[in-house]
Design a protein around this ligand. Structure first.
Ligand SMILES: [Zn+2]
Ligand SMILES: [Zn+2]
Length: 399
């Protein structure tokens, strides 16, 4: 299969032909349609997270279709997550083959498996598992034509979403949603770093009746206009104080200096949530920024309950994601685009241009029209007569 491999940190991904994985018991083999690119992929590629597997296929926002269901019996990992009906469906009450069948459309997130036995797993906090395995980090991910994933950590993709638009829901959406939950019932919400996660979160927050204040890099007029177009009441540079105090702020950019900036903007009793897995060093700040029962916390990974809740909520709003498509072999270009903050919304690798569906193809994505031709040949000896030709627009994809 075609795959993009990371051999070592701080080197470009390498296009390679590698053996297609076989699904172990409890795993699904997926044909990958699309895989969104996350800032965490950048942290892996840029060596800001320690290498965990080499070479590794990155990518943890995978949308694909099941081509083979591994036998039942379960691979290493959790047996259940307290209180999660998904976990029960996946692990407790039904074997893999009862839950999934060939052809099902499936999403795979960052949390690839957990130990199932540590005190965190046992206590419903599997996001903090002592021995987690993450997709596209310890486990090969979705920058490839096929991927084998633990069935208990896979999710159905809601109808109404194309593969490309659904892909960013799987991390930008899920971990963003967990961050939003940790922000409590804050009415005035600040979002620091207006990338893929923020453009999803803003829609959820507006749906919940919150007032949103968006912070971008200084001079990012396009980003600020994008935030306003999605319902932000105010948008400005991250070093500028908002027009009024905030009740909570979520820091989504990996920039430590944003933490004191966000603390400075929240009111007494407010909370600042750091949603990223990595951040540059946080500069020293005076205690008075934390005083007044302000809370500073991080959010780590996700639980299957988060995924269950968010993937049920997203289509009801409905959350609409803006995506910039890249071919699989252009993964380095997509990562670089994210590194430089060059696109709005999310970058998505179109792994299989024939299968990957759009919800609605934007005019800006230069299309390649794939036309499927079916015909009913009338064979008379060696004379081959084409009787009927049907054209079916099967797909649009950027080339
Ligand atoms: Zn565990
Ligand atoms: Zn991610």
């Amino acid at each position: 299969m075609r795959a993009m491999l990371l051999d070592a940190p701080r080197t470009p991904l390498r296009a390679a032909d590698v053996p297609t994985p076989r699904p172990a018991p409890g795993q699904l083999l997926l044909r990958v349609h699309a895989c969104a690119v996350c800032r965490t992929d950048l942290h892996v590629v840029d060596g800001e997270l320690p290498p965990a597997k080499s070479p590794v296929i990155p990518g943890h926002q995978i949308v694909g279709s099941v081509v083979e269901v591994g036998g039942d019996g379960g691979s290493a990992g959790a047996t259940a997550t307290t209180g999660s009906s998904l976990a029960m469906a996946g692990a407790g009450s039904g074997p893999t083959r009862k839950r999934w069948k060939v052809g099902d459309r499936v999403g795979v997130p960052w949390l690839g498996s957990t130990c199932g036995t540590c005190r965190f797993c046992a206590g419903g906090r599997e996001n903090l598992c002592d021995e987690p395995r993450f997709t596209g980090y310890q486990l090969d991910g979705g920058f490839a034509e096929f991927c084998a994933a633990d069935a208990r950590f896979c999710f159905s993709i809601p109808d109404g979403y194309g593969d490309l638009e659904a892909a960013p829901l799987l991390c930008a959406g899920l971990i963003g949603y967990r961050s939003l939950v940790m922000a409590g019932d804050a009415r005035r919400l600040g979002l620091y770093g207006f990338g893929a996660a923020a453009h999803i979160l803003l829609q959820v927050a507006r749906h919940q009746g919150r007032r949103v204040f968006a912070f971008t890099r200084a001079g990012d007029d396009a980003g600020q206009a994008f935030a306003r177009s999605l319902g932000a009441e105010w948008a400005g540079a991250s070093d500028v104080r908002p027009p009024e105090e905030l009740d909570a702020a979520i820091v989504l950019a990996p920039v430590g200096a944003l933490v004191p900036a966000a603390l400075r903007s929240v009111a007494k009793g407010g909370v600042v949530v750091c949603g990223g897995i990595h951040m540059s060093e946080i500069p020293a700040f005076p205690y008075e920024l934390l005083w007044g029962e302000r809370v500073l916390r991080s959010v780590a990974n996700l639980t299957r309950r988060d995924a269950e809740d968010f993937l049920a909520l997203a289509p009801r709003i409905p959350v609409r994601t803006q995506v910039t498509p890249f071919a699989l072999e252009a993964a380095n270009e997509a990562l670089d685009s994210l590194r430089r903050g060059k696109h709005q919304g999310a970058a998505v690798l179109v792994v299989d241009a024939e299968l990957a569906r759009w919800t609605q193809r934007p005019a800006s994505a230069s299309p390649r029209l794939c036309v499927k031709v079916s015909h009913s040949p009338h064979a008379a000896g060696s004379n081959f007569k084409l009787q009927k030709v049907k054209f079916q627009i099967s797909n649009f994809a950027r080339v």
